[in-house]
Design a protein around this ligand. Structure first.
Ligand code: NIG
Ligand code: FE
Length: 417
C-alpha cells in the first residue's frame, strides 16, 4: 500500500494526551487530555507533526471540526453468522435472556447458524460489518470465537477471524472465547478438558492473544473462570472475562486474583468489588449497547471513573445482546447513562482499549511517531454524544491512508486518490 502524505488543517480541536508514551490513562485523569485548535500532518503511515504541511499530497480542511484517534473497539463477537431479530422481539415483550437461552435460542442458535454458513458467507457478513465500523471511525477491533461450540467449530472460528484480519482495512486482535455456552454433548468438566487442549493448540498456532469466558447462570461459573486464568498464565495469553452481566456472581475478585487484563460487562458489579477493580491494572470494559437493548442494569460508570479505573467502552457487536457497530453511538450512551464527559468517553474508546489489546504503543492517541489512525469529525467532540444517532465521522485515515470520506466532505479534501 502506498502511503499518502496528509495535512489536516485548521482544526478547532486536536485531542491529545497530557504527555507522550502513556500506556493508558485512568478515568479520573481524562480531563488532562487537551483539545486545543491546530493541525496535524502524517507521512509514511505515521503522525509526523502537529502542524500543517503545505507540501502534503492530501489537504483536509478541518475548520470547525475535531481530529481524534481512530476508535479501538476492543470487544466484538465478529465473525458471526446471521442475526437474531426474532429474539429481540421476544425480549422487548418480556422474555429474559436466560429464558430465551433455555428455550434453545441465544448463543446456541448463533452456533447453529455459524455451522450452517460457508466460510465465504461468514467472511462476507463480517467484512460488511467491518466496512460499517470503518465508516463510524473504528480503525482497530477485536474478534472473538465463541459461536463454534465444538472443538472443530471453535478452531474454525479462529481461522475465520484470521482470514477477516487479512481482508479488512482495520488492524484486528483475536480472542479465543473458548467457554461461551456449554455444548450439549459435554458436561462442564469434559468441556474444560477440551478447552485446555484447545488453549495449548491456539498458543502454538498463535491464532489468538487472549482467552475469554462467559460467567453467568446460563454459562460458566467462577471455578471455570479461575481455570481459564490458569490456562492463560500457562500459555501466555491475556485473560478477559464476561462477568456480572445479568447477575452479581462476585467474579471480579476471582478475575483479579488470576491476573485478568479486563473484566467486561459489569452491569451488576457488586459495590464491594468496585474499589479493588479501580485500583487494579485490569480494564473495566463497559458495554452500554448491550445494557440498553437488553434492558440490563446500568454499570456504575461514574463511580468507576471517579475511583480511577482503567475504563473502556466497546460495542460488544454480536447477534444477540448488541447488534451495534457504531462507536459514536456507544459514546453517546456512555456519556448519557454513565454521566461521563466527552473526554472520559473518548479515552475509554481510544487509548485505554488500545492498551487492553496491547497496541497502545503504536495507536490509540495522537502522538508523533504513532500510526496515523485518525478520524476527522464533522464538529467538536461534544457533538458525538449530543447529536445522538447522527454519525459524526467525516474522514477516516488508517495507517496513513485515507480510507473513508463521507459524501458531503468531498470538497473539504483535495489530492485524495
Ligand atoms: O457479550 N454474554 C455473553 N456473550 C455475548 C452475547 C452472546 C450472544 O447472546 O450471542 C455478550 O453479550
Ligand atoms: Fe460479549
Amino acid at each position: 500500500m502506498t502511503m499518502q502524505s496528509i495535512s489536516i488543517n485548521s482544526a478547532e480541536q486536536v485531542v491529545r494526551p497530557p504527555q507522550d508514551g502513556l500506556p493508558f490513562l485512568r478515568a479520573n485523569r481524562a480531563s488532562e487530555f487537551t483539545t486545543e485548535a491546530g493541525a496535524l500532518s502524517a507521512n509514511d503511515g505515521l503522525i509526523s507533526a502537529f502542524e500543517a504541511d503545505s507540501a502534503a499530497a492530501v489537504q483536509i480542511d478541518a475548520s470547525g471540526c475535531a481530529v481524534i484517534p481512530g476508535f479501538v473497539d476492543c470487544h466484538t463477537h465478529l465473525p458471526f453468522a446471521g442475526w437474531r431479530a426474532d429474539e429481540y422481539n421476544l425480549k422487548v415483550t418480556g422474555a429474559s435472556y436466560e429464558q430465551i437461552a433455555q428455550a434453545g435460542g441465544g448463543i446456541k442458535s448463533s452456533a447453529i447458524s455459524l455451522e450452517a454458513a460457508s466460510d465465504d458467507e461468514v467472511i462476507a457478513q463480517a467484512e460488511a460489518l467491518a466496512t460499517e465500523m470503518l465508516e463510524h471511525g473504528t480503525t482497530t477491533f477485536e474478534t472473538k470465537s465463541g459461536y463454534g461450540m465444538s472443538v472443530e467449530g471453535e478452531l474454525r472460528a479462529l481461522g475465520l477471524a484470521a482470514r477477516l484480519g487479512e481482508s479488512v482495512v482495520q488492524q484486528i486482535a483475536s480472542t479465543a472465547l473458548l467457554a461461551h455456552a456449554l455444548p450439549s454433548d459435554y458436561d462442564v468438566d469434559g468441556w474444560m478438558a477440551e478447552v485446555a487442549l484447545m488453549a495449548a493448540q491456539v498458543a502454538e498456532e498463535k491464532s489468538a492473544t487472549a482467552l475469554d469466558i462467559y460467567v453467568e447462570s446460563v454459562a460458566f461459573d467462577n471455578q471455570q473462570l479461575r481455570r481459564m486464568g490458569e490456562l492463560a498464565q500457562e500459555h501466555g495469553f491475556d485473560l478477559r472475562a464476561h462477568v456480572e452481566q445479568f447477575n452479581s456472581n462476585r467474579s471480579v475478585p476471582v478475575a483479579l486474583e488470576v491476573g485478568a487484563r479486563s473484566v467486561d460487562h459489569l452491569a451488576c458489579l457488586h459495590p464491594d468489588d468496585l474499589k479493588s477493580l479501580a485500583d487494579s491494572d485490569c480494564a473495566a470494559v463497559l458495554l452500554p449497547g448491550a445494557e440498553l437493548l437488553g434492558d440490563e442494569e446500568v454499570a456504575p460508570g461514574r463511580a468507576l471513573a471517579d475511583a480511577g479505573a482503567i475504563t473502556v467502552i466497546a460495542t460488544d457487536a454480536n447477534p444477540g445482546t448488541s447488534p451495534i457497530v457504531s462507536m459514536p453511538l456507544i459514546i453517546g450512551l456512555a456519556v448519557r447513562r454513565y454521566r461521563w464527559t466527552a473526554l472520559e468517553a473518548l479515552v475509554a474508546a481510544t487509548l485505554n482499549p488500545a492498551w487492553l489489546l496491547r497496541c497502545s504503543d503504536t495507536t490509540g492517541s495522537l502522538e508523533v511517531g504513532k500510526r496515523a489512525d485518525l478520524v476527522v469529525l464533522d464538529g467538536p467532540i461534544e457533538n458525538i454524544a449530543y447529536r445522538f444517532g447522527h454519525n459524526p465521522v467525516a474522514v477516516v485515515i488508517a495507517g496513513g491512508e485515507v480510507v473513508h470520506v463521507r459524501a458531503d466532505w468531498k470538497e473539504r479534501i483535495s489530492g485524495e486518490r
